[in-house]
Write a protein that binds this ligand. Structure first.
Ligand code: GDP
Length: 198
């Protein structure tokens, strides 16, 4: 799949207003500031496809990007999560939408979960992983901003996350990623190719 062809097609505030549930899609999720927009822009080689949002607390949208002409192959940018300033009620609404989406969306083939390599497996990450597990949804973890650590500590973080998730190794894979250095893009696209082809 040529991810450079990605183009924005649709924004939805809720699962009910998503595109038709046919074809195949892969979703990206992560705490706000984990590097999700940067990863999507790096994968698609487009500087501003996914906007890097600096407005926590605003209504967050699910964004759909088509990878082919008839929109049967898609990337989905899920709302960033975890700003402390967001009211509890809004947080709970996001949680409900995210878990709904993971459980019910039949075109969803896999979840890319982004975590800052320096502090992976936050409470939010654990929550996403447990929903994915419940939905039998494959998860590919990007340990982002890998350039912020030296090689040794980055490898140690990768090992630590792999070890923590060893019980789910059938459903969960993990890699280092740097949008800044463009490291790990090929491993990511190979995983997406596999999911979107199945
Ligand atoms: P999002 O909120 O998850 O979409 O995160 P962004 O993509 O907006 O990134 C959050 C911040 O981390 C921004 O200041 C980015 O420039 C920075 N960032 C993202 N990816 C990388 C990376 O690979 N390396 C470094 N050093 N910084 C990054």
């Amino acid at each position: 799949i040529n991810y450079r062809q990605a183009r924005f097609v649709h924004s939805a505030p809720t699962l009910a207003l998503c595109l038709e549930d046919t074809g195949a899609e892969v979703a990206f999720a992560g705490r706000s500031n984990a590097g999700k927009s940067s990863a999507i822009n790096t994968l698609t080689q487009q500087r501003a496809l996914a906007r890097t949002s600096r407005t926590p607390g605003r209504t967050q949208l699910i964004n759909f990007f088509a990878l082919n002409e008839d929109v049967t192959l898609r990337l989905v940018d899920l709302p960033g999560y975890g700003y402390a300033k967001v009211p509890e009620k809004v947080k709970l609404e996001w949680q409900r939408h995210l878990s709904d989406y993971l459980q019910r969306r039949s075109s969803l083939k896999g979840l890319v979960l982004l975590m800052d390599v320096r502090h992976p497996l936050t409470e939010f990450d654990q929550m996403m992983l447990s929903w994915a597990d419940k939905a039998d949804m494959p998860v590919h973890i990007l340990l982002t901003k890998a350039d912020k650590l030296k090689r040794g500590p980055a490898a140690a973080s990768l090992q630590k996350v792999r070890h923590a998730l060893r019980e789910w190794e059938d459903l969960v894979s993990v890699q280092l990623f740097s949008a800044l250095k463009k490291d790990g893009v090929e491993t990511l696209s190979a995983t997406l190719d596999r999911w979107l082809a199945s």
